[in-house]
Design a protein around this ligand. Sequence first.
Ligand code: KG4
Ligand code: ZN
Length: 354
Amino acid sequence: MRYFEIAKEKASRLVKNGRALILSIESSCDETAIAIVWDGREVLANEIASQVDIHALYGGVVPEIAGRLHVEALSELYRRALETAGINAADLDAVAVTFGPGLVGALITGVSFAKALSYALELPLIPVNHIEGHVSANFIAHPELEPPFVCLVASGGHSHIVNVTHYGSYELLGRTIDDAAGEAFDKVARVLDIPYPGGPLLDKLAETGDDTRYKFPAAHTPGKYDFSFSGLKTAVINQAHTIHQTGGTIEAADWAASFRKAVVDSLLNKSFMALEDTGATKFALAGGVASNILLRREAARRAEQKGIQLFVPPPKLCTDNAAMIGSAGYYRLMKGEIADMSLNAEPSIKLIEE
Ligand code: KG4
Ligand code: ZN
């Protein structure tokens, strides 16, 4: 029998039993990661090799370097994941992989590794959208969480408000019309001489600052739940340059705090409007920016005030990881969604067709 016939047969058996031990791979940007996840909820291994220190030398991700480093890391992470989970390759039921969105040269490395593994082990291959992965981090962190819920996904490349109606079904409520929230954090951090990726360090610095010291403009967007961070980012950067050029100094902590507050207010004002209008009672945070201290604190405060149940993954599951891909992959597999060997990286794929 040919590979895909065998994989299809195995997949339908897994769907019938509702159970699967999935090896998942993430390589869309600057983290190489492999996890082993049981039934979409239980993490047996979650291995990660970060390239951040190397890209920091260049002030941002260098795609060619990212691809090369993924190739170097994948085999070792695979070995480590099996060892940590205490299983053999023969115990695996399926392989899930991020196929987009992300950097094409980075995605291809994970997709190729996943294809080779699936083919060699004759296992179903599950393509996973990276953004869906971020949303699914919540299923790992909160075993009791079930759709429907509203999710704010804010990362280095994306800022979306989605209504998760069922497992794997999304309604797009709002999105950024220009920069992603994480991208804005990283670019403003640069003005403060904070090394890449600036978001987490700017966040820490902001904790010590006065957020009322500087005033930055609020963005206007065409859609009710849409974001725009480009205007804010440019205003913040220009204002900093003007101060420097006129011999003034910036109070870095106050600057960071004022900027962080502007971003978090925008993310949460729109999210809570969406929650109110949809009548949703559950709100989840996802993506790298969901590890922002103020975002978590303020989301908790507002949720309590409005009687909304809040779900927040631990920081390790907010930033890129493969466990979230294993969870999303499980629910895709249960819908019978598997790929054959023609699977390719799709760098610009959307979560929802707009
Ligand atoms: O989800 P992620 O790991 O990768 C993408 O899919 O983009 O997100 C990385 C982004 C970076 O822009 C990083 O600066 C930002 O998330 N980030 C933060 C924090 N931790 C990570 N931004 C603000 N505050 C944080 N604590
Ligand atoms: Zn991500």
